[in-house]
Each structure stands twice: as structure tokens, then as C-alpha cells.
Write a protein that binds this ligand. Structure first.
Ligand SMILES: Cc1ncc(COP(=O)(O)O)c(C=O)c1O
Length: 358
């Protein structure tokens, strides 16, 4: 009986599933495993002054002030969300309804499509090209034909790690008759941003998160930057008190320790390139060039390899045996020890014996 009451667009959705298991290396969600001890100590110290009996600051004023200075925008051009996931959902709530379209490249982060289905919209997907390179000409062609209300560009892309040249992003923003969202969840590992374009394009939203580079996935803090006009619309759909005061405090500690975190991020970037080299020397593994804190690899026996790693309590992301990501696993760059463990297990699983220069 209950099923008859459910909205048509919700019926075919499957709940977001996360693998919960005991691990020695959790490398499946692009978290930052290199900073927890550092942040935990500082956050614990700062917690003593917190009034948890009171609702948090609804507008995250202090965080927006600190972030505004960092990204050179006024606080009115910023919104903090309970993860950037929440802001993706808010953008779609504000702009997409029954019959409206969004445009994405595929493969990419899955939440754009899921959140679009929830609000009754349709996702148009443009495949990436060879080796998952962004297919600019096809993308623009489809954009002109379909006239989507919202376009998502993920830069760097998850799960492929690829990037879109800045000139192409600018042209897409200029050619679009809708909103263009640049999701910069992994920007710290890439270095190039479009944040400076926010003041020039009133239809642009840049999305960021503290979950990845800044190692704060557990606190769920993301943010968006846009023109004041566009922000005014997003604030209409923001739920009250959407970011807890515990999370706001953790984010503040994180931003105050930006220098230390930036150093950790540089180490992860160097480690990523080193591990990519080591992996590419293992027969049967193709490693895609990545600008994130993860590596996408295509492996002959991906399922068996994934299971072998899981048996040894090492969790990576496996994408199944269908679609463009068939036979692919995504490995988050962890601590040096975790990374060496993955390489050792991969070699065991594939029976590779070749000596690898470390
Ligand atoms: C491209 C991209 N955008 C957004 C998110 C969501 O991040 P969060 O909700 O933790 O801020 C993720 C998480 O994996 C991601 O990969």
C-alpha cells in the first residue's frame, strides 16, 4: 500500500549504499588519512567553549568571513552546506522541476543524477572521450541541443581524475543559457581554480568541500560561491541551522591550520604521482592520470583483485563489470604505509613478480 503513495520519480531510486566493514586501510572514499591526529587534537581543545545547548549560527557568519578572505569574495557570495552534497541538492531544488534537464559528463560523481531524479528532473549524460578525456565539442553540441537549466562540470573529475582546460570551461559558461556549476571538490590536489570567475559570470556556481584535501569528511562541511543574485536564490531553499556548531567549529580549526594542511596536501600530491608510477609498472594495470587524491586503475581481473584486497581488510572502490568503468577500481591515496600495502597486495593478487623501484 505504501508503495502506491510514493512519487513515481522516487520509486526506482536505490538508497545510497556505503560498505561498512573493519579495515586496516580505508581507501574507498577519497578521504584524507594523513591528517586525523592533527585535527582531532586541535578540535578537542577548541570544543570546550562550545554551547551545544544552543542552535548553531544559521548563516555560518564566521566561517564565511574566513573563507571570503581566502577566496577573495564577499561573505554574501558564499553559502556553507552540510557537505557539498547538500548544496548540490539545494541548487537542484531551486532550479530543477518536472521536465527540466541537467547536463553532466559521464562517468562522474553520482549525486548530481540522484538529486536530479529526486526533484523530478532529467539528467542528460555526455560520455567522456578516449582515456576519459573531456569531450568538449560533443559536450557543447549536446548543450546547445538540449538547453539544460543546470550544467555540472567536475574539475578534477571523480572517479577519473581528469581535468577540463580553463578556456573550455569559460566557453561553456558563456555559451550556456542556464546555471553552470564547477565542482572543485579536489581542487587542492590540482591547484587550478575557477573561483576568480565568480565575479564575472552571474550564472556560475563554484562548489568546494572540506571533506577531501582538508581532511574533514566526518564534519560534513562544503561551500558554494556565486554572484550575490544567484546566492540570494540559493538562500531561499537553505534549511535553517543546516551546519551544526560542532561542524562549524571543526571547519574553523581546519581553516586556521591551512598552512599545515597545505603541506600535507603537497605530500599527498607527490605520493600520488609516485604511486601512479609504481602501479603502472605492474603488468595488467592501466593507471589513468589523476589530478585528485585518488587513482583510477583498469585491471584485468578487477573483481578478484577487489575481493583479495577486501579479504586483507583493504577497502577500495570497485565499479563492477558494466559500463565505461567496467574492470576499474579507484584507490584513494592514503598514508605511505597504506599505499605500500595496496601495492604489495595488488602484486600478490595479480601474481606479479617484477621489482618496482620505490
Ligand atoms: C566531485 C565530488 N563532489 C562532491 C562530493 C561531496 O562531498 P561532500 O558532500 O563530502 O562535501 C564528492 C564526494 O566524494 C565528490 O567526489
Amino acid at each position: 500500500m505504501i508503495n502506491n503513495l510514493v512519487k513515481e520519480n522516487i520509486k526506482s531510486l536505490v538508497p545510497y549504499e556505503v560498505k561498512e566493514c573493519e579495515t586496516v586501510a580505508k581507501l574507498d572514499a577519497n578521504e584524507n588519512n594523513n591528517v586525523d591526529y592533527l585535527l582531532n587534537q586541535k578540535i578537542a581543545k577548541a570544543l570546550m567553549g562550545l554551547k551545544v545547548n544552543q542552535y548553531p549560527d544559521n548563516d555560518c557568519c564566521e566561517l564565511r568571513r574566513i573563507l571570503g578572505k581566502q577566496v577573495r569574495l564577499s561573505p554574501q557570495q558564499l553559502m556553507i552546506g552540510c557537505g557539498s552534497d547538500q548544496i548540490i541538492a539545494l541548487i537542484l531544488q531551486a532550479f530543477i522541476g518536472e521536465g527540466d534537464k541537467i547536463l553532466v559528463h559521464t562517468p562522474t560523481f553520482g549525486m548530481y543524477k540522484i538529486s536530479t531524479q529526486i526533484v523530478g528532473g532529467t539528467t542528460i549524460e555526455v560520455p567522456l572521450g578516449e582515456d576519459f578525456a573531456f569531450d568538449y565539442y560533443n559536450f557543447v553540441k549536446v548543450m546547445r541541443k538540449e538547453e539544460p537549466k543546470v550544467v555540472f562540470l567536475t574539475n578534477p573529475n571523480n572517479p577519473t581524475g581528469g581535468v577540463i582546460p580553463r578556456e573550455q570551461i569559460i566557453k561553456i559558461i558563456e555559451y550556456s543559457n542556464g546555471i553552470v556549476v564547477i565542482d572543485e571538490a579536489y581542487v587542492e590536489f590540482y591547484g587550478e581554480t575557477t573561483m576568480d570567475l565568480v565575479n564575472y559570470y552571474p550564472n556560475l556556481i563554484v562548489l568546494r568541500t572540506l571533506s577531501k584535501g582538508y581532511g574533514l569528511a566526518g564534519a560534513r562541511v562544503g561551500y558554494a560561491a556565486a554572484s550575490k543574485e544567484l546566492m540570494g536564490i540559493l538562500y531561499k531553499v537553505k534549511p535553517p541551522y543546516n551546519v551544526s556548531n560542532l561542524s562549524q567549529l571543526a571547519a574553523k580549526v581546519c581553516l586556521e591550520n591551512k598552512d599545515v594542511l597545505d603541506r600535507v596536501i603537497q605530500e599527498i600530491v607527490a605520493e600520488r604521482d609516485n604511486i601512479a608510477l609504481q602501479l603502472s609498472e605492474i603488468p595488467d594495470i592501466k593507471v589513468y592520470k589523476s589530478h585528485g587524491n585518488f587513482l583510477l586503475c583498469r585491471i584485468g581481473k578487477a573483481k578478484e583483485v577487489y575481493q583479495y584486497l577486501a579479504e586483507h581488510k583493504v577497502l577500495v572502490r570497485y565499479f563492477g563489470e558494466e559500463g565505461p568503468l567496467k574492470g576499474c577500481i579507484r584507490i584513494t591515496i592514503g598514508t605511505k604505509e597504506e599505499n605500500q600495502l595496496v601495492i604489495k597486495l595488488l602484486m600478490e593478487a595479480l601474481g606479479a613478480t617484477k621489482e618496482i623501484a620505490v
